[in-house]
Design a protein around this ligand. Structure first.
Ligand SMILES: Nc1nc2c(ncn2[C@@H]2O[C@H](COP(=O)(O)OP(=O)(O)O)[C@@H](O)[C@H]2O)c(=O)[nH]1
Ligand SMILES: [Mg+2]
Length: 218
């Protein structure tokens, strides 16, 4: 739930990066942390195992400046992807205002993406958040890998609702050229939301992620 504090004129929203293990959630936050000017970011908190797997969650507060007189902050969280950390995932989702579902584009990971989507729905419902209402965007990550599935297949399998989606290569620090010969050529693929349909709230939800989504943004 977006927190409004009218006495201090502050607004805080919570964005949760969700997806299967190793799809690139932590890498997304690291990229955003790296690219955000110091004055706009707080410390990134990561609780990882020795093998660099997210144990609890990653947390990154970002200051978006003043919007309509309100100091606006977003808090970015990732969940641990590994199946056995479900209680943590559920807890991190509590009070979420929007979700970035990071899918691993690789063909062998398709089933894990589907499981993670089902798990997201279940955990949103457990937190009394309507999965059909909460603004959600999809990020198809790891577009650099040779076994990445075509976008059409990913959308068919993972995006029946036609949510806005972005291609990304989260490990890249520079924008990758787009391979899509559309009129918007020249803009990085990852920075282009491609909603087939979807409400205003969803497009609004996508906006804060655009800088982050500069393919590098992953
Ligand atoms: N090739 C490739 N590797 C990636 C990409 N994004 C993340 N990775 C790698 O995938 C692994 C898992 O990433 P991580 O962010 O820890 O995944 P998480 O479990 O979702 O937090 C790491 O070795 C990353 O460097 C990408 O777009 N392309
Ligand atoms: Mg992680």
């Amino acid at each position: 739930m977006v927190l409004f504090n009218y006495s201090t004129k502050e607004l805080t929203a919570k964005v949760v990066y969700y997806g299967p293990g190793l799809c690139g959630k932590t890498t997304n936050l690291q990229w955003i942390h790296e690219k955000t000017p110091i004055k706009n970011k707080g410390k990134m908190l990561s609780l990882a195992t020795e093998a660099d797997r997210t144990l609890f969650f990653d947390f990154l507060p970002i200051d978006l400046g003043t919007i309509r007189g309100m100091k606006t902050r977003i808090q970015l969280y990732t969940v641990p992807g590994q199946v056995f950390y479900n209680a943590t995932r559920r807890m991190v989702l509590k009070g979420a205002d929007c979700v970035v579902f990071v899918a691993d584009s690789q063909e062998p990971v398709l089933d894990a993406n589907l499981d993670a989507l089902a798990n997201l729905k279940e955990n949103l419902e457990a937190n009394e958040i309507d999965p059909g209402e909460i603004p959600t965007v999809l990020q198809y990550n790891k577009r650099d890998l040779p076994n990445a599935l075509p976008l059409e297949i990913l959308n068919e399998k993972l995006n029946p609702r036609g949510l806005p989606f972005f291609e990304a290569v989260a490990i890249q620090t520079r924008r990758a050229p787009t391979h899509d010969p559309s009129p918007s050529r020249g803009r990085p693929a990852a920075a282009r939301p491609r909603a087939r349909h979807g409400g205003r709230a969803l497009r609004r939800a996508a906006r804060p992620h655009r800088p982050a989504a500069g393919v590098g943004a992953g």
